[in-house]
Ligand binder design. Structure first.
Ligand SMILES: [Zn+2]
Length: 638
């Protein structure tokens, strides 16, 4: 199962710093770890995105870049004057917004172009030039946050009351005031901005090594087929029906990662050190608090999630026991996690995938369906794998004035279909947001948009279950649902625990090497998989898995998968039972975009994420899916 992923916006995020948040770059978008395979044959142009709506040519992109470069020096024009009056504040924020808006468009074009051909130095170069400009622009505007904080709440509120134009900036202004105590002096803010590229060097090194330089092993499967175990080859072959093949895949793939344990330990340590240093410089109690503060999420959400999950780890162990029963395996191992518990020869070519997803949207109303029917025919997607293409899938929606882009690596299996639904969940969230919010309030949080994405996946599952023609088909989709709850809930909480553990180790002053990370990860992996209880054997081999997970560079990001599937399950239940009112509530949640803090937007839609209830709800759902599967198996005498 895929579904950890999504690239964080955190370090790169706008959220915490107004629409003027030039201090940060937009991320690639919302990604997944699925993957690129090799080589594409001739591809239907309908399935390759058309970037000409962004810029008709690369020359036009260059020209716009040069124009903005010429404007950088004017960005500090309002320095020292923000406190003058509401009109001056508005002019400064609008100027900043306008600059940022164009930069984002440049970035979206360059980074997405690069991502379809990572080996092409021209793409890297475009992104590099933009990073340099972004950094310069950030430095020019670093006066804004401290000035706003210095003006203070009372005066800012009176400006907002008196100047209508400030309405669209109000949430950002209040958010900046909220984080005021963590805003440093103008000189220090400037230093932080200048350091930002250096602080992301570890992640860049890791990405290059993993995506372009490691020489992935080739093995011959029992079928005689040669398997090239790139990360995408791994995700394909780890689900092999033949157990010996899976074992061979695991031996070769994890063996290769193990060769880089020290190097990847050094890059991840570099990332953690950068995070801890930044959190300390900004006067946070700890790194977790720092990264959650951008979205105004209390630490308790994270810690409650981990606690509830550990309290109910037996439900995950029940799932592994059921898996062992269905696969007829006595000595379940980590290599037995991925094969489908029920074989299926169903395929999901891209056009049929779209039809299924469209059909699954009935509950969202005719207007929503119609809109999806239209936009999904546009050339907004890069659908198939090709050499050098970034792995996984994501939606890139930061270019407010153009349209979202969706990168997939579609392989015609159900997982790819579900990924399609997921990314279009993000895509439609962006479309509805852009229709209903100004640019300044369109940058929704990962915390909310993941709920929209996973809800779309659950709707697809329900649709497929409804139209399933055989018991085996039903079992397939139920098994898939279970696996999604393992992969999106339990596995992500496990990652969250590891991420917290390595940051806390550095906060305590401990040395963090690759070997030490393997040790920490191994303990957590064994606990979640019931190694000591004899549920599943975890060996030394797979304890290197942390090295393979890019998300540990995404700043306390993955816990949101777990909170998201909880939120998604809640909303789908509401949609199924609540009629027109529930539908309108849900659509309003999508339309709200980034107009408030995520927890507030969800609270307005009736969902309180600070309690244990949503997490218990997902776990309960997992239990009931298992009841359903076991009932079918028992009736059959399997
Ligand atoms: Zn997503």
């Amino acid at each position: 199962m895929k579904r950890f992923s999504e690239r964080s916006k955190t370090r790169l995020a706008f959220a915490s710093v107004l629409g003027l948040a030039i201090l940060a770059m937009p991320a690639q978008g919302h990604a997944q770890d699925a993957d690129a395979a090799e080589a594409a044959d001739a591809v239907d142009e309908r399935h390759v995105w058309d970037l000409t709506a962004f810029y008709p040519t690369k020359e036009a992109w260059e020209a716009e870049l040069e124009r903005l470069r010429g404007e950088v020096d004017t960005l500090d024009a309002y320095q020292g004057r923000l406190e003058n009056d509401a009109a001056t504040l508005l002019a400064a924020l609008d100027a900043s917004s306008a600059f940022n808006r164009e930069m984002t468009r440049l970035w979206t074009y360059a980074s997405n172009q690069r991502n379809t051909n990572l080996g092409d130095p021209a793409g890297q170069e475009m992104v590099g030039r933009l990073q340099a400009l972004w950094q310069a622009a950030g430095a020019e505007q670093s006066f804004m946050l401290p000035e706003i904080v210095a003006i203070g709440e009372e005066r800012i509120e009176s400006f907002i009351a008196e100047e209508d134009g400030l309405q669209k900036h109000a949430h950002g202004l209040r958010n900046t005031l909220r984080q005021g105590e963590h805003t440093l002096s103008p000189e220090t803010e400037q230093v932080m901005t200048l350091m930002s590229t250096a602080l992301s060097a570890s992640q860049n090194a890791r990405d290059l090594l993993a995506n372009a330089e490691i020489d992935w092993p080739r093995i011959t499967l029992s079928t005689g087929e040669e398997a090239h175990l790139t990360p995408s080859g791994y995700t394909l072959h780890r689900q092999a029906a033949n157990r010996e093949d899976r074992i061979a895949v695991f031996d070769a793939f994890w063996g290769t990662w193990r060769e880089y344990e020290s190097t990847l330990g050094a890059t991840l340590n570099g990332e953690v050190q950068a995070n801890v240093a930044t959190a300390t410089a900004r006067n946070y109690d700890n790194t977790l608090q720092y990264f959650l503060s951008g979205d105004n999420i209390p630490e308790a959400v994270y810690r409650t999630l981990v606690q509830v999950t550990n309290d109910r780890i037996d439900v995950l162990h029940r799932y592994f026991a059921l898996r062992a029963r269905m696969l007829e395996i006595e000595d379940l191992g980590y290599h037995d996690i991925y094969p489908a518990m029920v074989e299926t020869d169903l395929t999901f070519p891209i056009d049929e995938t779209r039809d299924h997803v469209l059909a699954s949207m009935d509950v969202l109303g005719p207007e929503f369906s119609q809109q999806f029917a239209e936009v999904s025919q546009e050339r907004w997607m890069h659908v198939f794998p090709q050499a050098g293409k970034r792995s996984g899938a994501y939606m890139s929606g930061a270019a407010y004035d153009v349209h979202p882009l969706i990168l997939l690596n579609h392989l015609d299996d159900y997982n790819s279909a579900s990924t399609y639904a997921h990314e279009w969940g993000h895509g439609m969230h962006q479309v509805l947001t852009n229709e209903n919010q100004p640019y300044e309030l369109a940058d929704f949080s990962i915390f909310t948009t993941e709920i929209a994405a996973i809800a779309q996946e659950i709707l697809l599952q329900e649709h497929m279950l409804e139209q399933a023609e055989t018991e085996d088909e039903r079992l397939y989709y139920l098994g898939y649902a279970l696996e999604q709850m393992r992969g999106t809930f339990y596995r992500q909480v496990m990652f969250s625990e590891f991420e917290l553990a390595i940051h806390e180790a550095v906060e305590r002053g401990e040395a963090l090497t690759g070997a030490r990370m393997t040790e920490i990860y191994g303990e957590i992996l064994r606990r979640y998989h019931g190694h000591d209880e004899g549920v599943m054997e975890i060996t030394e081999r797979e304890m290197i898995e942390w090295a393979y997970i890019p998300h540990f560079y995404f700043n306390f990001y993955v816990y949101q998968y777990a909170t998201s599937i909880a939120g998604a399950a809640y909303f789908v239940e509401q949609l199924n039972t609540g009629g027109d009112e529930a539908r309108e509530t849900y659509l309003n949640f999508l339309r709200a975009g980034g107009s408030d803090y995520p927890l507030e937007i969800l609270r307005d839609a009736g969902l309180d994420m600070t309690t244990a209830a949503p997490y218990n709800a997902v776990i309960d759902r997992m239990d009931s899916v298992m009841d359903e599967i076991e009932a079918i198996l028992d009736a059959r005498g399997d």
